[in-house]
Structure formats: structure tokens, C-alpha cells
Design a protein around this ligand. Structure first.
Ligand code: NAD
Ligand code: SER
Length: 315
């Protein structure tokens, strides 16, 4: 799709942590009237934004097709999914939504030829990857969520190679943002801690202080998403999921960094079942391939991310 072409965009799972921020960014770039936001939940949150909202279950292929036909959609950001902790609570539903939804979108793109963004995750890696995960590190996930993400990447590569579907994906690190609370992931502690700090509460972190995970501030993730979707197709050597350069810090380092800004803030560490998922993921991801293919660079470091999070939540 040339950059001069008019975009007609469908976003699934649009009311989630990423969706609400992506809608804002897409709207200021392409115009609110070029976007159809959908989610299985109902909402009037978008009423003042000028973005049309439709309630949509991504397992309902006929309804997705109806929307694609009606609005002549040429780009789909497919965000509807269950995340790691919610997925582990209900593996069957996690498989159904994460795989069934993606399969519906890929199948419809065979006919309607729209471009797809389908996010993957650092959860594709398992505990055989020690330290930094490279683009081609082994994919042996320990969670059902990770299994759906590896399968989703394979599906993307297959539909691209065999059916010429223009599908693109990123292995998002844990995303830190302030506008919408995260939706049932393992990296949620890195968001919750800010809310506690700013509202003067002590935080009990559900992973231990040494836990180190790949993380990123939401603005970098949204920019990565749009940059990938605007990159020329022929530049892309990966379709399932690009690793991204990321932040990497322990839960203790995050606490200490927040404490530099809010000295009275206190935190303790009481690992629960989510410690096991965190332990199975790498400390960091190497994003060389994304930089080579479409030039992605991270902007926020730990300090600027903490400062921005706290300033934004205070306002
Ligand atoms: P989220 O849980 O905040 O939002 C997901 C949205 O999907 C929710 O609004 C939910 O109502 C909706 N949904 C669930 N089932 C649905 C269905 N059957 N039909 C339609 N909508 C449905 O998740 P998010 O953080 O915004 O994640 C979006 C995507 O990014 C997911 O694929 C997730 O795996 C991936 N990802 C997120 C992170 C992160 O840190 N947030 C990291 C890596 C990957
Ligand atoms: N942030 C996500 C989760 O914790 C990673 O994909 O589930």
C-alpha cells in the first residue's frame, strides 16, 4: 500500500491497554473518520473522539466480514487477545481467542487483501533462552499464551508465504503506560507500581525484586507499530514478530528509580503464580533486525520513562 493511499482502518480489541493509545495515534495521523474501533466489550469512551465504535467478537467471522465490506477496510490492527496471566487461568479460551481470532483475520485478508498488524510477545521465548533473546533464539514457551504467540507467528509466516497476505508483527516487551490499566498480563506490576506510588500507597509487587524483563514505554511501542505498518513490504524479512530494542531492569531497580522522584514511596515483594511466567521469559531482547529492516530505535530510557509516567499520572 503506497503511503499516499487513503487508509480505512479496523482495530480489534481496541478498548485495551494498547488499543486506546493506538486509536489516538492513528486518529491524529490519518484522521478519526478513517478508523473503525471494535471490541467484545461495549463502550461510550470514544463518543467524543469522532472514531466509530462497533461491538465485535473476533470469533464471529461473518460480522468481521460485514464490517470489512461495509467500510472497505484496507488495514487491520488485530489486538484482541487474552494475555499471559488471564490465559493461564483459562487455557482453552486463550487458544480459542488468540488463534481463532487471528485465523479469521488472515482468512478474510486472502479475499479482501487488507494489510494486517498482529502483535506477538516476548512470551514466545522460554527458559532455555538465558539473558538476551535474539531474533532467532529458540521458541519454547512455558505458557499457553506464549504457545499461541509462537503459533500466531507461524500462521503469519504461512499466510504471507503461501497466500501473499501482507501481515506484520512485533514481539512487544512488557508495555508501560498510564492511560489504560493493563489487561491481565505478567508485566502488569510495572504499571501498577506507578499508580500506587502516585496515590501515596505502598505497593506489593507480585514478582521478586531480582526479576528482570524486557520492557518499553507505550509511546515507543505505538511508534514502532506505525513505523512497521508504513515500512515498504519488500524491506521486511520477518512477518511473524520482530524483536525490538527494549529497556531491561529488575523490579527493585524500577522501585528505586520511582523512589528517586517520590522518596516516601515504599514497596515490598511477594511473588505469586506469575513469578513462574516471568522466570520463563528473557531479561532483554535484541532488536537489530528491526533496526536494519525498518530503522526502529527506542527513545525512552528507564529514567525518562519513570519521569513521564509520574508526571502524566499526577496530571
Ligand atoms: P488488553 O487485554 O489490554 O486488551 C485486549 C482487548 O481485547 C480487551 O479490550 C478485550 O476486551 C478485547 N477482547 C478480548 N476477547 C475478545 C474477543 N473475543 N473479541 C474482541 N475483543 C476481545 O491487551 P493489550 O495489552 O492491549 O494487548 C493487545 C495485543 O498486544 C495482544 O495481542 C497482546 O498479546 C499483545 N501484547 C501486549 C503486551 C502488553 O504489555 N500490553 C505485550 C506483548 C504483547
Ligand atoms: N505484557 C504481556 C504479558 O505480561 C507480555 O506479552 O502477558
Amino acid at each position: 500500500m503506497g503511503e499516499t493511499l487513503e487508509r480505512r482502518i479496523l482495530v480489534t480489541g481496541a478498548l485495551g491497554q494498547i488499543g486506546m493509545e493506538l486509536l489516538e495515534a492513528l486518529s491524529s495521523r490519518y484522521g478519526a473518520d478513517s478508523i473503525i474501533a471494535t471490541d467484545i466489550r461495549d463502550s461510550n469512551k470514544l463518543e467524543s473522539s469522532g472514531i466509530k465504535f462497533h461491538k465485535l467478537d473476533v470469533l464471529n467471522k461473518e460480522e468481521i466480514e460485514r464490517i470489512i465490506q461495509k467500510f472497505d477496510i484496507n488495514e487491520v490492527y488485530h489486538l484482541a487477545a487474552l494475555l499471559s496471566a488471564s490465559g493461564e487461568n483459562n487455557p482453552e479460551l486463550c487458544w480459542k481467542i488468540n488463534m481463532g481470532g487471528l485465523l479469521n483475520i488472515c482468512e478474510l485478508s486472502r479475499n479482501y487483501k487488507f494489510r494486517i498488524f498482529a502483535p506477538s510477545s516476548i512470551a514466545v521465548f522460554g527458559s532455555d533462552v538465558i539473558g538476551v533473546a535474539n531474533q532467532n533464539s529458540p521458541l519454547n514457551p512455558a505458557t499457553i499464551y506464549g504457545i499461541t504467540k509462537v503459533s500466531g507467528e507461524l500462521l503469519a509466516e504461512y499466510y504471507h508465504a503461501t497466500h501473499d497476505v501482507d501481515i506484520r508483527g512485533l514481539r512487544y516487551p512488557g508495555l508501560i503506560s498510564w492511560k489504560v490499566m493493563p489487561g491481565g498480563g505478567t508485566t502488569d506490576y510495572a504499571v501498577e507500581i506507578f499508580h500506587a506510588a502516585v496515590s501515596g500507597k505502598r505497593y506489593t509487587c507480585f514478582v521478586d525484586e531480582k526479576t528482570t524483563l524486557p520492557m518499553m514505554y507505550m509511546d515507543d511501542a505505538i511508534r514502532a507499530t506505525i513505523e512497521l505498518m508504513e515500512a515498504p513490504s519488500e524491506n521486511l524479512s520477518v512477518r511473524g514478530g520482530y524483536n525490538l530494542a527494549c529497556l531491561s531492569f529488575t523490579a527493585e531497580e524500577l522501585f528505586q528509580e520511582i523512589k528517586m522522584i517520590i522518596p516516601e514511596f515504599d514497596c515490598d515483594f511477594e511473588p505469586d503464580h506469575r513469578q513462574r511466567y516471568a522466570d520463563s521469559w528473557p531479561d532483554a531482547t535484541d532488536g537489530k533486525q528491526a533496526e536494519i529492516d525498518w530503522g526502529f530505535k527506542i527513545h525512552y530510557d528507564l529514567k525518562s520513562m519513570c519521569y513521564t509516567m509520574i508526571q502524566s499520572l499526577r496530571q
